[in-house]
Design a protein around this ligand. Structure first.
Ligand SMILES: Nc1ncnc2c1ncn2[C@@H]1O[C@H](COP(=O)(O)OP(=O)(O)OP(=O)(O)O)[C@@H](O)[C@H]1O
Length: 784
């Protein structure tokens, strides 16, 4: 015991001696302690020091003392070295500067790397999205021995040059074509299948949820595709292999941890397949929503896996525990949905960012219809549950396809579990497994139709990566676009109607132009005749003795009468006429008194006026046939208009005596409320009592335009002339009236002048595409 204590003491002392900060002082104290210990031993051992009683322990001590001395020497050398280093042999400022530079460079590179890494992720994700976040592959197994033996044949055709299409001949011999993201024929091997699958799978390492499931009739190869065999591994194993490979590749910058779980949904119950059957009863697994909004199964075993060997072990364990039944379709038919979940936890070693994502690999139960499997009892119940969950899957897919606000994920355990992996921001890949056999053509068509529905889903992944403000902006833009479209449609409609109206107007205008031309010709003709008549009248008058004032004496030959115009000639000329001013007449203008003016001329004045009229009556014949009279209500003087070819319109105040003079009916509208209505004024007639017979004044009905014009040839009935209401604008614009009341203007120009304001030509309007030159302005110009 004592020896042991001594040994420990010495060891302690040795340890203490090698400490660099203990100087020579400590060394001396140790030496003293050593001597002291030797003395103590000598005391306890009386024979100590004698040759014959030499103790091997003491010899050992001696050796140790020598060793200690050697060590002490070494220690002193080392401490001298350390002192030397501290004094100045350590790398100097250059090295420090280089180190600083390197560390800043390292930081910059780190930043660059992070940026590039996130860009790579983004681009990769974009590629996947472009390919489709929900992708559907179709895989057809080869005909098996039984089928060949039974004489069944293949009803599925593939075109080797097109790997996205297949054709199925149904029982009624009709052919139906289907198109998917990829089609694998009976010769398609597991490698080829995984080559197309791997881009989706690796998204899980970038933090995206992924779901791959195999759907199809029993015995079509769902388990073969997902699990495969020992010699020919399926998607599950290959996926894990790939994940390990990539995580190894990224080990410099990322650290990944992989966990696997395996569960089964059997008769709407969740079973953990990594737990022995004996322990199952104590556990009841339920789906709960986590704080992050994902669906979790608390209590589900998550086995950590480091390599593919471990993965394969777990897969085997799960497969053993899986509920497998027996039906007519397939002896090893799985009667449950098998879900293999890989949880990937990633940590970015550069920036410390962490991710957690799930990859679901699902082998669904057979999709065949219940009637086909000829089962009863427990098997029937299983089939019903399977069908219920598969139809729930179909409903979810259908709701996603139609973009309804409510997706019925909770209608079955299967869809509830896969909620975060179907639609939305995850990647989904579906294998539709089919049998080529003619015996299964009905089921094959059902499966393909279901898969086509899945393929019809429009993915909406942009939600995940889009900025909410961007979404709002896009929404606003979309709404604006909608409104713009509506307005454009409205404008197009109105443009169309305007074009129709324009075409109608143009047509009308053309016909009016035609008629105008006719009228002009007729007018020219008529004027010629008129001038001849007037010349004759002047000649006859000049042969008579002077003092014959009355024009009445001038015999009027029937031929001199202005030939009446036919109805078609009543069509008024257009605006060219309204501005027509005839060349100044060589004759004196005829004075005219405005009737209805407050300062009516006296009798003498009237006589003088009558004489004047008589004297100029023949001259009047030489003048243009129409004169204009304008009466200004405020003016006290009689105004004579310059003889023009236009009829002016006067504004008349209500004058009771005027009515009595002109024999107007008492109900003529002359109320003060309508003093400014315009009326048309008639021309003179030389035979009038006052020299102004035939000149009528009308107060116009506010709702009707009334015009009255007397022609010299109509002198026989001046007082019976009735106001002729001008037909409405539309009437004017339409075909010429065949009957215009009791009074028809005989001269087309008169009619035109009365209505000139109503003439409108669309051809005059600016902005119309049709730039055909209207005849109207040119005619007008000519007239001017
Ligand atoms: N592409 C294929 N190439 C070769 N053999 C295949 C192929 N697909 C399936 N098989 C074989 O067909 C049989 C049935 O396959 P599997 O068990 O995978 O079908 P299943 O759809 O999973 O059936 P269940 O719904 O009953 O699970 C298996 O023997 C499998 O080896």
């Amino acid at each position: 015991m004592e020896e042991k204590a001594l040994e420990i003491q010495i060891q302690d002392q040795d340890e203490g001696e090698i400490l660099p900060d203990q100087g020579p002082k400590q060394e001396n104290s140790i030496t003293m302690e050593e001597n002291c210990v030797i003395d103590q031993i000598k005391e306890t051992e009386p024979s100590f020091g004698e040759e014959q009683n030499f103790n091997p322990i003491l010899k050992q001590l001696d050796d140790l003392s020598t060793q200690i001395k050697i060590l002490k020497t070494k220690q002193s050398v080392l401490s001298d070295e350390v002192k030397g280093i501290a004094d100045g042999s350590f790398p100097g400022s250059d090295v420090s500067a280089a180190l600083l530079h390197l560390s800043s460079e390292h930081e910059a590179l780190k930043k660059k790397y992070l940026k590039e890494s996130s860009e790579r992720k983004r681009l990769y994700n974009e590629v996947i999205e472009l390919k489709g976040n929900i992708r559907v592959f179709c895989r057809c197994r080869p005909l098996n021995q039984d089928e060949i033996a039974n004489g069944f044949y293949s009803v599925v055709e593939f075109d080797p040059s097109i790997d996205t299409e297949l054709q199925v001949t149904s029982s009624d011999s009709s052919k139906k074509q289907f198109k998917f993201d990829h089609v694998f024929g009976p010769n398609g091997n597991q490698e080829a299948v995984f080559a197309q699958t791997s881009p989706v799978v690796t998204s899980v390492l970038d933090g995206f949820n992924v779901c791959i499931f195999a759907y199809g009739q029993t015995g079509t190869g769902k388990t073969y595709t997902m699990e495969g065999t020992l010699d020919d591994r399926g998607v599950n194993y290959r996926t894990l292999e790939e994940l390990f490979r990539i995580s190894e590749e990224r080990s410099d910058t990322m650290r990944y941890e992989l966990f696997v779980s395996m569960l089964e949904v059997y008769n709407e119950r969740i079973r953990d397949l990594l737990v022995d059957e004996s322990n199952q009863h104590a556990r009841k697994l339920e789906i709960k929503q986590s704080a992050e909004g994902t669906q979790e199964v608390p209590g589900l075993v998550e086995a950590s896996v480091q390599n593919t060997v471990e993965v394969w072990e777990q897969l085997q364990t799960g497969s053993r525990n899986r509920a497998v039944g027996s039906t007519n379709c397939n002896e090893l038919s799985s009667r449950s949905h098998c879900l293999f979940r890989v949880t990937v936890k990633g940590e970015n070693l550069v920036n410390g960012q962490r991710t957690r994502s799930h990859l679901w690999l699902v082998d669904l139960a057979g999709s065949e219809r219940v009637g086909r499997t000829e089962v009863e009892g427990e098997r029937l119940k299983e089939s019903q549950f399977i069908n219920k969950s598969l139809s729930a899957l179909g409903d979810v897919i259908s709701a996603l396809a139609s973009k309804t606000s409510h997706i019925p994920y909770r209608n079955s355990k299967l869809t509830h579990l896969l909620q975060s992996s179907l639609g939305g921001d995850c990647k989904t890949l579906m294998f539709v497994q089919i049998s080529p056999s003619s015996a299964d053509s009905g089921e094959t068509l059902c499966s393909l139709n279901f898969a086509s529905r899945v393929r019809g889903i429009e993915h909406g992944p942009a939600r995940k990566q889009s900025d909410p403000t961007d979404i709002f902006k896009y929404k606003q833009m979309a709404e604006k676009l909608k409104q713009d479209e509506k307005e454009t449609k409205k404008l197009q409609d109105s443009l169309q109607s305007l074009q129709l109206r324009f075409a109608a107007r143009e047509q009308l205008c053309r016909s009016l132009q035609e008629k105008l031309r006719d009228s002009e010709n007729q007018l020219a003709e008529e004027r010629k005749i008129r001038l001849q008549q007037e010349a004759r009248a002047v000649a006859a008058y000049s042969t008579k003795p002077l003092g014959l004032p009355s024009v009445k004496a001038v015999p009027r030959a029937p031929a001199e009468k202005k030939p009446p115009l036919g109805p078609s000639k009543l069509r008024p000329p257009l605006r060219g006429i309204t501005n027509f001013i005839p060349p100044p007449s060589p004759l004196q203008p005829c004075k005219v008194v405005a009737i209805g003016h407050p300062t009516l001329p006296s009798v003498d004045e009237k006589e003088n006026f009558s004489r004047s009229i008589s004297s100029c009556s023949t001259k009047t014949l030489m003048r243009p046939r129409r004169v204009s009279i304008a009466v200004r209500p405020a003016s006290a003087t009689v105004q004579f208009n310059q003889l023009k070819r236009r009829v002016s319109i006067a504004t008349i105040r209500p004058e009771p005596q005027l009515h009595s003079t002109t024999g107007q009916p008492p109900n003529v509208h002359s109320t003060p409320q309508m003093p400014r209505r315009r009326v048309s004024i008639a021309t003179l007639h030389p035979e009038s009592n006052h020299g102004i017979t035939g000149r009528m004044s009308f107060v116009r009905d506010p709702r009707r335009r009334v015009s009255r014009m007397f022609s010299p040839v109509q002198q026989s009935r001046p007082s019976t002339v009735e106001a002729t209401p001008i037909s409405s604008r539309s009437k004017f614009m339409g075909s010429p009236p065949t009957q215009i009341g009791s009074w028809n203007p005989k001269h087309p120009t008169v009619v035109a002048l009365q209505k000139r304001h109503l003439v409108w030509s669309p051809l005059k309007q600016k902005g119309f595409k049709n730039d055909r030159k209207s005849l109207i302005p040119s005619l007008s110009d000519n007239w001017r």
